[in-house]
Design a protein around this ligand. Structure first.
Ligand code: CDP
Ligand code: MG
Length: 763
């Protein structure tokens, strides 16, 4: 009954007969058989695959292999994963779920999905092999690399799918790299994920929220779909947790371990804690450049601004060093790396280091200044020195005050070890930790906290409910989130009317789940036609979903600020964003116009694309696109509509010192609650009530992207949320109470026609 057990064995491939030997025009003989001749799906051997790889013909395009293919194949041959192909197939052929661990750079992400494709032969069954990544940047980069390795065009046999960008060809793409969030969204609409033959969850050690939830969903799904295989890949060696989680009747899931090949890395600590880690990092990089043997440097910093600033300072000092003494110091190329960097600039990290001024003088060196992205998901060859200040930007959610923010926080010991490992890929290296050994031992946590334990779960909960998972408390999590976080998420979705009081998905919630947006934003979009400004809310939502559009080059900050002032709408930053996009449109989407106004042309082009996609989803669900003609009325309507999505992100002015208090907090209990308007805010006054898009903690807590609103709009949007009985006593509470008393006789200005529909939208 083999057939029943392994449905794949039912189809042999290919059924046609061997093709006779032929000669190509240049006389080279091709093999007499098709490259995949004799392949039995899910029962292929490494020997067969190696022969197919060496074949003159590409099995998927039927074209002769290019010279580039052969060159890359040689380098693939040297990867540890490649050397382990036999062992891989032995385990993979036998089991439904396997765990793969191996150090960064051993070839997991690029090779394993290809091995799986040769085994599943998804192209013969209209199936797809999926491999998830935790970041957009690595998803697109690795898909491009694998398309090159397989000698196919990106977007054809090999493609990728990330939020707002699908680079696949239905019916042709059979190997798909995608972000974990994208796969999770797919699971919402097709809980059986029918189009996939094997799903590979990569970078599982990062424990992102989406990967964690996918593990739970897939653990369940493999029971329903015996033909679906699952691979969990991780760069850290503590695989036991995954093995146990995916145990089958008590037997831990099998482990495929790729032997590492890292060299020894010598670790140095500072004697005293460093008061300014950026300063210390720059000093260390220059010290290495002056005093150490050739080899590139990788410096870990936390975010775009910090990285650009450090790069500028390193360049200045390194240029000085080089110009004053080119005979004893080589040139230094300083390359930033963070996720919002445009693709061509990302590619620069792979450039070779600059050459020395003459054959006898010291060779050049490159320093890559990167966020966490270079910690495990992206390999840069040639790194010999790592500088690690010990911090990264992490998403932290405080369920009590319902606030999620990016905070610069100390990394874990596991992260520090990963970072150090980056120095030993090609030869022995050195890692300079900018903290003391004592702090390493006593202050750093062992592991980074999984995101599920520290994130806002609203989006995930909506996805799970939409995927038909009712009991969120009983769901089989790898690490169970705090019940309080789950409750807050359910509560938020209930306030947004996505879930009813019994936790069931409402019609509105179901449509909300179709938008690749946070629930607040999707709610805002769907409610906007009632305010007759859905065209504008669509634009604002778009602008909130792309990276920041403002450019502020270091030597032209004054000019940039002056131009920004001309585009600013004093009633609110959301209106400013609208104005920016509309002006760009009026100027025929012109790149030069954007640059002259210190706006990122790339981000604006991206906005065009995102807007178009959101618009299509709106049309699909018949969310009307309308605008009030009168500008004054329009701006008012927009500010009112914004309250529908952001009523939970409200701040109230306290006193005259520019302090704001976020709602439902009380200074005595939660210190995070007192905030200030961010300096980038374009309001010309300090209104009593504002809504905001984002909370950041830099030198002090700030709120960003702010719009002036009226309290009765808030009350109208979410009467249940503003239940003063549960508020702690505060000036904010008293202010809201006064509004409520006054409102006793006030009516919200709605036209009768919109009224009924609104009830359904807001429940
Ligand atoms: O996933 P893992 O860290 O084990 O390794 P990988 O991402 O599969 O990378 C294996 C090798 O492929 C790297 O060392 C690079 O030499 C090469 N690679 C590349 O050249 N360009 C990429 N975008 C990704 C990988
Ligand atoms: Mg990888």
């Amino acid at each position: 009954m083999t057939k029943k057990k392994n449905p794949y064995l039912a189809h042999r491939y290919p059924t046609e007969r061997a093709v006779p030997s032929t000669s190509t025009p240049n006389g080279a003989k091709t093999s007499s058989r098709e490259p995949l001749f004799g392949f039995v799906p899910r029962a292929v051997s490494a020997y067969q695959v190696r022969s197919a790889l060496k074949h003159d013909l590409n099995p998927f395009t039927k074209q002769p292999h290019t010279a580039q293919y052969k060159k890359i194949l040689e380098s693939r041959n040297k990867l540890p994963v490649f050397a382990q192909m036999t062992e891989f197939y032995k385990i993979f052929n036998k089991h439904q779920i396997i765990i793969v661990v191996g150090e960064t750079g051993t070839g997991k992400t690029t090779q394993i999905p290809q091995f799986v494709a040769y085994s599943d032969l998804p192209h013969t069954k209209n199936k797809i092999v999926a491999c998830t990544q935790t970041r957009r940047l690595t998803t697109t980069a690795v898909a491009q690399r694998v398309a090159d390795e397989m000698d196919v065009q990106l977007g054809q046999q090999v493609g990728y799918s990330i939020r707002f960008e699908d680079m696949t060809e239905p019916g042709t793409t059979f190997l798909k790299y995608m972000t974990d969030g994208t796969l999770l969204r797919e699971a919402m609409n097709d809980p059986d994920l029918t189009c996939y033959s094997t799903i590979i969850l990569d970078e599982a050690h990062e424990r992102t929220l989406a990967t964690d939830i996918l593990m739970g969903i897939l653990k369940n799904l493999v029971r329903r779909r015996p033909d679906l295989k699952l691979i969990i890949m991780s760069a850290t060696l503590d695989a036991l947790k995954f093995q146990k989680y995916f145990a089958v009747s008590g037997t831990p899931a099998p482990l495929f371990k790729v032997p590492g090949r890292t060299h020894h890395v010598e670790v140095f600590y500072t004697q005293e804690p460093e008061p300014d880690y950026v300063e210390a990092a720059i000093r260390t990089v220059l010290m290495i450049h002056r005093a150490e043997d050739p080899g590139d440097i990788l410096l870990f910093l936390t975010g775009e601004e910090e990285i650009e600033d450090a790069c500028r300072r390193i360049r200045l000092e390194a240029d000085d060093l080089f110009n004053s003494d080119p005979e004893s110091v080589g040139p230094l190329a300083c390359i930033p790396l963070y996720s919002s960097l445009p693709p061509q600039q990302q590619q620069r990290i792979f450039d070779p280091p600059p050459k020395g001024s003459s054959p006898d003088s010291p060779p050049g060196r490159k320093v890559v200044v990167s966020t966490n992205i270079a910690e495990s998901s992206l390999t840069i060859d040639g790194i010999v020195y790592v500088v690690d200040p010990g911090f990264s930007e992490q998403r932290v959610y405080n369920p009590r005050i319902r606030m999620e923010s990016l905070l610069v926080s100390p990394i874990s010991k596991a992260s520090a070890q990963q970072r150090a490992g980056r120095a030993g890929r090609t030869r022995p290296g050195k890692c300079f930790r900018l903290f003391t050994e004592k702090d390493f031992m006593s202050e750093l946590e062992e592991q980074t906290h999984p995101e599920i334990l520290r994130c806002n779960l609203a989006n995930t909960v909506l996805t799970l409910v939409k995927a038909g998972i009712k009991d969120l408390i009983e769901f089989d999590y790898l690490d169970t989130p705090a019940p309080e976080s789950l409750m807050r998420a359910l509560e938020l979705l209930n306030y947004l009317a996505a879930l009813d009081d019994d936790g069931n998905l409402t019609a509105l919630g179901s449509i909300m789940g179709e938008f690749p947006l946070d629930p607040q934003l999707s709610k805002l979009l769907i409610a906007s036609p009632e305010f007759k400004c859905s065209n504008e809310i669509l634009t604002i939502t778009t602008m909130l979903s792309v990276p920041s559009v403002w450019l502020r080059p270091l030597n032209q900050q004054k000019e940039a600020d002056a131009t920004k002032a001309l585009l600013t709408v004093p009633d609110g930053d959301h209106l400013t964003l609208l104005n920016v996009y509309n002006s760009y449109k009026e100027n025929s989407h012109n790149k030069n116009w954007a640059l002259n106004n210190y706006l990122s042309a790339r981000v604006l082009t991206e906005a065009d694309n995102v807007r178009e996609q959101l618009k299509r989803t709106m049309e699909r669900f018949e969310v009307e696109l309308i605008s009030v003609q009168d500008q004054k009325k329009l701006f008012l309507a927009i500010r009112q509509a914004l309250c529908c999505g952001f009523f939970m992100q409200v701040a109230h002015k306290e006193g005259d010192k520019g302090n704001y208090m976020t709602i439902k907090d009380n200074q005595a209990r939660y210190s995070l609650a007192v905030v200030a308007l961010h300096p980038s805010c374009g309001l010309d006054t300090q209104p009593e009530w504002v809504i905001f898009n984002e909370f950041t903690l830099t030198t002090r807590p700030y709120i960003r992207t702010i719009t002036d609103v009226r309290p009765d709009w808030l009350l109208e949007c979410a009467p249940c949320y503003f239940d003063l009985n549960h508020w702690p006593d505060s000036e904010t509470k008293r202010a809201m109470m006064r509004v409520m008393l006054k409102r006793g006789s006030m009516r919200f200005p709605i036209q009768a026609a919109g009224k009924k529909k609104r009830k359904t939208a807001r429940a």
